[in-house]
Design a protein around this ligand. Sequence first.
Ligand code: AMP
Ligand code: MG
Length: 431
Amino acid sequence: MTRAQTLAGVVGSLADFDPNALPVALAREAIERFITPIDSVELVPLRRALDRVLARDVISPIDVPAHDNAAMDGWAVRYADIDSDNLKAFEPIGTALAGKPFTGTIAANQAVRIMTGAVMPAGCDTVVIQELVATEGERIIIPPRRQSDRHPGQQHGQHRRLRGEDLSAGKPALSAGRLLGPTELGLLASLGVADIAVQRRLRVAFFSTGDELRSIGEPLDPGCVYDSNRFTLIGMLTRLGVELIDLGVVPDSPEALEAAVQSASRQADAIVSSGGVSVGEADYTRDIMKRLGEVAFWTIAMRPGRPMAFGRIGQASYFGLPGNPVAVMITFLFFVRDALIRQSGATPRPVLPVPVRSTTAIRKKAGRTEYQRAIAQIGKDGVLQARLTGSQGSGVLRSMSEANCLLVLRHDQGDIASGDLVDAMLFDGLI
Ligand code: AMP
Ligand code: MG
């Protein structure tokens, strides 16, 4: 475990760090350096290990597959017996099924009927697929090695999977810090692993701030809105596989905010709040945070987004997101998501941008990163193209819902002409 360091120390080590005009990449870097992974291991049955973080390297106890075996249905033979140019008769001497090996020994010009997955009989090195083999009375006819107009040709060792070709005994199969997905569950099952050491789930407390917010079920008084941020957060946090601690709506009062933050920091590894960090509201938030922990207030060169608070309160990392619903989702995606994965003990895999052709011109100011909601689809020319969804207002969740990607207009980029390639981040699995 890396030693906890101060945020001021981290920020001080980054060149050109300006908290009032902070490029997205630099903010991400500061967060990445500051986050300390938890280290608290528990054993879970494999079937419950999806989305958990592997706590220890897994060394393969066995070879997978454990034996050379057939990759196709056909006939197992000795390659040396196959004629180089002509068809040749072989004598069938038995059958090898998956799970039921052939136990006899093979002599010259003999063949064993073999099914996919069956252990290769001792002495056999090659499988000839059944479609190429004819029968002639008691005998079978194996095609020649050499390829010709009439025969496709046979190679030494074909259609045979080698022992240990997937995983070999004593070699690392998966490294600690790996986020376990469906593939990893299958891979661990192929090793016969029943229980697996994973990091405990990260506990994440979250709340919304604002006197104007009403919870579902409450009457919507004049000038009020329903609290939607907690629900986008519930969705995004659930997808991360963390434990949720929902602290509800906190009114705009210093006492209430302080109580919520203290309660959150006692229960959680990470705290996510929305609202109350914009310039007008940040003053008393700032005072409280300063007293309770080390929290910095940043203005990030991005749209939507901009104001964000980040730091640590007690043992918990703290993310103070803006209030606007779309800004919450975008700042969560670009700052909180990877940070929580890292804090869970895993290394986040980068979400790779894909190039898409913008079908419209987009005004873009250099010096900030802009995120535009868009719909990407394959164009007539086979190239991905994207058009913006309706209103890009940072409060408009509907256009976020219509979108299937974000166009990520990079920090240094200026105006985009129609037909230009831009980076897109597809929502698949993210939102
Ligand atoms: P704030 O950052 O607190 O000034 O909020 C900015 C805007 O986002 C205001 O219009 C708020 O009403 C709105 N907002 C803040 N929190 C929420 C929330 N939890 N659900 C829906 N809208 C919100
Ligand atoms: Mg507010």
